[in-house]
Design a protein around this ligand. Sequence first.
Ligand SMILES: [Zn+2]
Length: 475
Amino acid sequence: MKKIAVIALIIFISLSLVLIPSLNAETESTPYLKFCGANGTIFGTCHLLYTGKSTLLLDCGLFQEEGYPKREVDRRNRFLPFSPRDIDYIFVSHAHGDHLGRIPYLVRKGFSGKIYCTEATAEVAREMLRLLAWILSHDSQLYNLSHVEATIKHLVPCDYNRTYTLPDGLRFRFLEAGHIIGSAMVYLDFQEGGDDYSILFTGDIGNPASPLLRPQEIVEDVDYLICESTYGNRLHSDGAADMAKFKDIINDTTKNGGKVVIPCYVLARTQNILYYINKMIREGAFDRPFDVYVDSTYANKMTRIYRKNSNLFNDETRQEIRQRKPPLSFPALKGYTPQDRIIGPAVILAPSGMANVGSILTHLAAYLPDPNSAVIFVGYQPEGMLGRKILEGAASVKVGGKMVPVRAKSYYLSSFSGHADYKQIMKWLDNFKRIKEIFVVHGQPDSSRALAEYIESHTPFKAIVPKFLQKIYLK
Ligand SMILES: [Zn+2]
């Protein structure tokens, strides 16, 4: 009897040893995602994916929060919850600084893999990274131009809608995201332990109402979706109403010889505004002629990249080109150097869109005190930032370290946003027949939470908001 009990015990122990690892499903090779940026914020996008065979990053962007002490922002940029040497590849959704701006730092710290992106993104990235090295040289030594030049050598330009297979079996494809020139969603699929995995990373989802670019590609089936939520709880104002207001502001301001100052990012926003102004001039929307200036070497470089990649424009714009109506070239658009004096009514576009750095500071200092001038903000101005203070009616503001009285009128037109609002995201999500789980990222905490709740109450899909550094096993 005793002997039987001992044998039974031995069998039980042996079985347990075999069964325990399989009951605890996470083994060394279980794929997982780790969220290393853009959690509770729109900055620092960086998602780590371990496939069981390789480790890769989906974007690796800068934290650029205004209102935080510069030292704190720098600390966040330098904090890497992984070793850059252990990263095999990086996939870049698009060339905005908050999506690729930390890559030169990874290269500096030993990353030596390939960086995959679309061809147009590679083109924009070369300029964008040089610009970032210059901006960072002022208040952070995160990396310098030599790190940027080394990074550029790692870029592997890829076609849209073509499936590439890497030696470890990982397959990837770039799909149009409609956000900026070259922007893409990254579709990945791989096998591990006999299971298939598919992941779609939206990068930034474009605003379907934006001009120039093709709309975001439709996808119907994916296991895991990593979805942005910049406008997760907000809707854009009515595009047509904003356009009418834009026209009225320019007409009212140029009537008195004033300047319309538009803080805008060098990439996408500048080109969209130029497109609208050009179109309105052609349609006779303005009461009188005025000049248009873009005070940024980089913005002008980006405009040239847009012109060169007109094959990525939407049908309407390509049709206009065929009709000899180039979308981004028109006589009122004048060359500009900082030495030039702007005489007479004018529209001035200058970076940055958040009015915190760049040549916009010169124009705000010059024209905020002028009651005949106007400032139009065409992008979201977060709490605490200069733009928000101006919009909230501050009597005076600090511009580049100097107090400046605010007498110019100020406006916010939100429909110019390059991001889809939550209804537009939901409309795109409607195309999916199956998603196992949605990870909501890239938004202020309220915004991400609201989108996740909205998804769960309006679709059959499960949505969660991962926390910074949360590791989620894919099963
Ligand atoms: Zn972006």
